[in-house]
Write a protein that binds this ligand. Sequence first.
Ligand SMILES: Nc1ncnc2c1ncn2[C@@H]1O[C@H](COP(=O)(O)OP(=O)(O)O)[C@@H](O)[C@H]1O
Ligand SMILES: [Mg+2]
Length: 243
Amino acid sequence: MPSPVMLTMRGVTRVHGHGAAEVHALRGVDLTVAMGELVAVMGPSGSGKSTLLHLAGGLDSPTSGSVRVGRDDVGALDAQGRARLRRRHVGYVFQDLNLVPALTALENVTLPLELDGVPARRARATGTAALAEVGLDDLADRFPDDMSGGQAQRVAIARALVGPRRLLLADEPTGALDSVTGEAVMRVLRARVDAGASGLLVTHDARHAAWADRIVFLRDGLVVDDTGAAGGPDQLLSEAARP
Ligand SMILES: Nc1ncnc2c1ncn2[C@@H]1O[C@H](COP(=O)(O)OP(=O)(O)O)[C@@H](O)[C@H]1O
Ligand SMILES: [Mg+2]
Protein backbone atom coordinates (compact mmCIF):
# COMPACT_ATOMS: atom_id res chain seq x y z
CA MET A 1 0.00 0.00 0.00
CA PRO A 2 1.47 3.40 -0.91
CA SER A 3 2.25 5.74 1.99
CA PRO A 4 0.09 8.82 2.48
CA VAL A 5 1.42 11.87 0.68
CA MET A 6 2.72 14.80 2.75
CA LEU A 7 3.77 17.26 0.04
CA THR A 8 2.16 17.62 -3.37
CA MET A 9 3.33 20.14 -5.96
CA ARG A 10 1.43 20.33 -9.24
CA GLY A 11 2.48 22.41 -12.20
CA VAL A 12 4.32 24.81 -9.93
CA THR A 13 5.89 27.87 -11.52
CA ARG A 14 7.59 30.79 -9.82
CA VAL A 15 8.59 33.95 -11.63
CA HIS A 16 10.81 36.32 -9.67
CA GLY A 17 10.86 40.01 -10.64
CA HIS A 18 8.99 41.83 -13.39
CA GLY A 19 9.36 42.83 -17.01
CA ALA A 20 12.88 42.66 -18.37
CA ALA A 21 14.14 41.46 -14.97
CA GLU A 22 11.83 38.40 -14.93
CA VAL A 23 13.46 35.17 -13.83
CA HIS A 24 11.58 31.92 -14.33
CA ALA A 25 12.95 30.09 -11.30
CA LEU A 26 10.50 27.17 -11.62
CA ARG A 27 8.77 26.31 -14.88
CA GLY A 28 6.21 23.66 -13.99
CA VAL A 29 7.33 21.29 -11.29
CA ASP A 30 5.41 18.19 -10.25
CA LEU A 31 6.64 16.56 -7.08
CA THR A 32 5.18 14.44 -4.30
CA VAL A 33 6.84 13.40 -1.07
CA ALA A 34 5.26 10.67 1.04
CA MET A 35 5.26 10.37 4.80
CA GLY A 36 8.39 8.54 5.79
CA GLU A 37 10.18 9.56 2.61
CA LEU A 38 13.38 11.58 2.32
CA VAL A 39 13.92 13.14 -1.11
CA ALA A 40 17.18 14.74 -2.11
CA VAL A 41 17.10 17.68 -4.52
CA MET A 42 20.21 18.20 -6.63
CA GLY A 43 21.06 20.45 -9.53
CA PRO A 44 23.33 23.28 -10.63
CA SER A 45 23.38 26.63 -8.89
CA GLY A 46 20.41 28.73 -10.03
CA SER A 47 18.31 25.72 -11.06
CA GLY A 48 15.54 26.59 -8.58
CA LYS A 49 16.33 24.36 -5.58
CA SER A 50 15.96 27.04 -2.91
CA THR A 51 12.84 28.43 -4.58
CA LEU A 52 11.34 24.94 -4.51
CA LEU A 53 12.03 24.59 -0.78
CA HIS A 54 10.61 28.03 0.02
CA LEU A 55 7.39 27.12 -1.79
CA ALA A 56 7.14 23.73 -0.09
CA GLY A 57 7.41 25.40 3.31
CA GLY A 58 4.90 28.17 2.72
CA LEU A 59 7.61 30.85 2.82
CA ASP A 60 6.71 31.89 -0.70
CA SER A 61 3.73 31.46 -3.03
CA PRO A 62 3.78 29.96 -6.51
CA THR A 63 3.07 32.14 -9.54
CA SER A 64 0.88 29.29 -10.80
CA GLY A 65 0.19 25.70 -9.87
CA SER A 66 -0.60 24.25 -6.45
CA VAL A 67 1.31 23.29 -3.33
CA ARG A 68 -0.34 21.10 -0.70
CA VAL A 69 1.12 20.17 2.68
CA GLY A 70 -0.99 17.43 4.20
CA ARG A 71 -4.53 18.61 3.63
CA ASP A 72 -3.58 22.29 3.47
CA ASP A 73 -3.58 24.02 0.11
CA VAL A 74 -0.78 26.46 0.88
CA GLY A 75 -1.87 28.92 -1.83
CA ALA A 76 -5.38 29.08 -0.35
CA LEU A 77 -4.22 29.84 3.19
CA ASP A 78 -4.18 33.43 4.35
CA ALA A 79 -0.99 34.90 5.85
CA GLN A 80 -2.00 33.76 9.32
CA GLY A 81 -2.69 30.22 8.13
CA ARG A 82 0.67 30.04 6.37
CA ALA A 83 2.43 31.35 9.47
CA ARG A 84 0.73 28.67 11.58
CA LEU A 85 1.76 25.97 9.10
CA ARG A 86 5.38 27.16 9.25
CA ARG A 87 5.45 27.41 13.04
CA ARG A 88 3.84 24.06 13.80
CA HIS A 89 4.48 21.69 10.99
CA VAL A 90 7.44 22.74 8.88
CA GLY A 91 11.03 22.51 10.01
CA TYR A 92 13.34 24.61 7.88
CA VAL A 93 17.13 24.61 7.94
CA PHE A 94 18.24 27.65 5.96
CA GLN A 95 21.45 27.94 4.01
CA ASP A 96 22.40 30.87 6.24
CA LEU A 97 21.71 29.82 9.79
CA ASN A 98 19.56 32.73 10.95
CA LEU A 99 20.37 32.09 14.61
CA VAL A 100 19.63 34.98 16.96
CA PRO A 101 23.00 36.00 18.47
CA ALA A 102 21.45 37.43 21.67
CA LEU A 103 19.78 34.10 22.49
CA THR A 104 21.44 30.97 23.87
CA ALA A 105 21.38 27.71 21.92
CA LEU A 106 18.37 26.49 23.92
CA GLU A 107 16.54 29.81 23.53
CA ASN A 108 17.13 29.75 19.79
CA VAL A 109 15.74 26.24 19.61
CA THR A 110 12.65 26.97 21.71
CA LEU A 111 11.84 30.23 19.89
CA PRO A 112 9.38 28.66 17.42
CA LEU A 113 7.61 26.89 20.30
CA GLU A 114 7.33 30.04 22.38
CA LEU A 115 6.05 31.99 19.37
CA ASP A 116 3.39 29.30 19.12
CA GLY A 117 2.35 29.75 22.77
CA VAL A 118 3.89 26.57 24.20
CA PRO A 119 4.42 27.08 27.98
CA ALA A 120 8.06 27.86 28.83
CA ARG A 121 8.69 24.70 30.88
CA ARG A 122 7.41 22.39 28.18
CA ALA A 123 9.28 24.39 25.52
CA ARG A 124 12.51 23.96 27.51
CA ALA A 125 12.05 20.21 27.82
CA THR A 126 11.22 19.82 24.13
CA GLY A 127 14.13 22.08 23.16
CA THR A 128 16.58 20.18 25.32
CA ALA A 129 15.50 16.93 23.66
CA ALA A 130 16.07 18.46 20.21
CA LEU A 131 19.55 19.63 21.23
CA ALA A 132 20.28 16.14 22.53
CA GLU A 133 19.29 14.69 19.16
CA VAL A 134 22.12 16.66 17.54
CA GLY A 135 24.50 15.93 20.43
CA LEU A 136 24.57 19.45 21.85
CA ASP A 137 22.60 19.23 25.11
CA ASP A 138 25.71 20.22 27.10
CA LEU A 139 25.96 23.50 25.15
CA ALA A 140 22.37 24.62 25.81
CA ASP A 141 23.40 27.84 27.56
CA ARG A 142 26.07 28.87 25.09
CA PHE A 143 25.59 31.77 22.64
CA PRO A 144 26.00 31.17 18.87
CA ASP A 145 29.04 33.47 18.66
CA ASP A 146 30.85 31.29 21.23
CA MET A 147 30.40 28.15 19.16
CA SER A 148 32.18 26.63 16.20
CA GLY A 149 30.48 26.86 12.81
CA GLY A 150 29.56 23.20 12.99
CA GLN A 151 28.02 23.56 16.45
CA ALA A 152 25.99 26.59 15.36
CA GLN A 153 24.76 24.64 12.35
CA ARG A 154 23.62 21.84 14.63
CA VAL A 155 21.69 24.35 16.75
CA ALA A 156 19.93 25.52 13.58
CA ILE A 157 19.10 21.92 12.81
CA ALA A 158 17.79 21.31 16.33
CA ARG A 159 15.58 24.39 15.95
CA ALA A 160 14.21 23.04 12.69
CA LEU A 161 13.47 19.65 14.28
CA VAL A 162 12.02 20.85 17.58
CA GLY A 163 8.56 19.49 18.33
CA PRO A 164 6.55 17.21 16.05
CA ARG A 165 7.45 18.68 12.64
CA ARG A 166 5.90 16.71 9.79
CA LEU A 167 7.77 18.30 6.88
CA LEU A 168 11.52 18.88 7.17
CA LEU A 169 13.14 21.14 4.58
CA ALA A 170 16.90 21.44 4.57
CA ASP A 171 18.84 23.65 2.15
CA GLU A 172 22.43 22.37 2.12
CA PRO A 173 22.33 21.83 5.89
CA THR A 174 25.72 20.17 5.94
CA GLY A 175 27.52 22.97 4.10
CA ALA A 176 29.56 24.26 7.06
CA LEU A 177 30.07 20.87 8.69
CA ASP A 178 33.01 18.52 8.67
CA SER A 179 32.18 15.12 7.23
CA VAL A 180 31.69 13.39 10.60
CA THR A 181 29.23 16.04 11.82
CA GLY A 182 27.61 16.14 8.40
CA GLU A 183 26.92 12.44 8.63
CA ALA A 184 25.55 12.85 12.15
CA VAL A 185 23.10 15.44 10.83
CA MET A 186 22.02 13.11 8.05
CA ARG A 187 21.45 10.39 10.63
CA VAL A 188 19.16 12.72 12.62
CA LEU A 189 17.20 13.71 9.51
CA ARG A 190 16.89 10.09 8.45
CA ALA A 191 15.68 9.02 11.90
CA ARG A 192 13.00 11.72 11.94
CA VAL A 193 11.81 10.69 8.51
CA ASP A 194 11.81 7.02 9.48
CA ALA A 195 9.61 8.03 12.43
CA GLY A 196 7.01 9.36 9.97
CA ALA A 197 8.04 12.86 8.90
CA SER A 198 8.77 13.81 5.30
CA GLY A 199 12.00 15.41 4.19
CA LEU A 200 13.31 17.46 1.27
CA LEU A 201 17.06 17.90 1.32
CA VAL A 202 19.02 20.12 -1.05
CA THR A 203 22.58 18.90 -1.30
CA HIS A 204 25.55 18.96 -3.66
CA ASP A 205 27.12 16.01 -1.91
CA ALA A 206 26.41 12.58 -3.35
CA ARG A 207 27.31 10.99 0.00
CA HIS A 208 24.48 12.89 1.66
CA ALA A 209 22.08 12.28 -1.19
CA ALA A 210 22.76 8.58 -0.65
CA TRP A 211 20.74 8.82 2.59
CA ALA A 212 17.63 9.76 0.58
CA ASP A 213 15.01 7.36 -0.74
CA ARG A 214 14.92 9.21 -4.04
CA ILE A 215 16.86 11.92 -5.82
CA VAL A 216 15.19 14.65 -7.86
CA PHE A 217 17.37 16.59 -10.31
CA LEU A 218 16.47 20.14 -11.22
CA ARG A 219 17.73 22.05 -14.20
CA ASP A 220 16.56 25.48 -15.33
CA GLY A 221 13.48 25.23 -13.13
CA LEU A 222 12.37 21.80 -14.31
CA VAL A 223 12.65 18.31 -12.86
CA VAL A 224 14.83 16.52 -15.38
CA ASP A 225 15.25 13.25 -13.53
CA ASP A 226 13.28 11.78 -10.68
CA THR A 227 15.03 8.46 -10.28
CA GLY A 228 18.75 9.08 -10.32
CA ALA A 229 19.13 7.14 -13.57
CA ALA A 230 22.57 6.90 -15.15
CA GLY A 231 23.79 10.01 -16.97
CA GLY A 232 21.76 12.57 -15.06
CA PRO A 233 23.46 12.69 -11.67
CA ASP A 234 27.09 12.65 -12.78
CA GLN A 235 26.50 15.19 -15.49
CA LEU A 236 24.58 17.54 -13.20
CA LEU A 237 27.07 17.16 -10.39
CA SER A 238 29.96 18.08 -12.65
CA GLU A 239 27.95 21.07 -13.92
CA ALA A 240 27.20 22.09 -10.34
CA ALA A 241 30.92 22.04 -9.59
CA ARG A 242 31.69 24.53 -12.36
CA PRO A 243 32.15 28.16 -11.29
N1 LIG B 1 14.12 36.86 -4.79
C1 LIG B 1 14.58 36.70 -6.02
N2 LIG B 1 14.50 37.71 -6.93
C2 LIG B 1 14.95 37.55 -8.18
N3 LIG B 1 15.48 36.42 -8.65
C3 LIG B 1 15.58 35.38 -7.81
C4 LIG B 1 15.13 35.46 -6.45
N4 LIG B 1 15.37 34.27 -5.84
C5 LIG B 1 15.93 33.49 -6.78
N5 LIG B 1 16.05 34.14 -7.96
C6 LIG B 1 16.58 33.60 -9.22
O1 LIG B 1 15.87 32.41 -9.50
C7 LIG B 1 16.72 31.40 -10.02
C8 LIG B 1 16.67 30.17 -9.09
O2 LIG B 1 17.25 30.53 -7.84
P1 LIG B 1 17.36 29.52 -6.62
O3 LIG B 1 16.02 28.92 -6.37
O4 LIG B 1 17.99 30.25 -5.51
O5 LIG B 1 18.34 28.41 -7.21
P2 LIG B 1 19.33 27.39 -6.47
O6 LIG B 1 18.92 27.29 -5.05
O7 LIG B 1 19.18 26.13 -7.24
O8 LIG B 1 20.70 27.98 -6.63
C9 LIG B 1 18.09 32.02 -10.10
O9 LIG B 1 18.27 32.51 -11.41
C10 LIG B 1 18.03 33.17 -9.12
O10 LIG B 1 18.91 34.20 -9.48
MG1 LIG C 1 20.02 27.63 -3.24
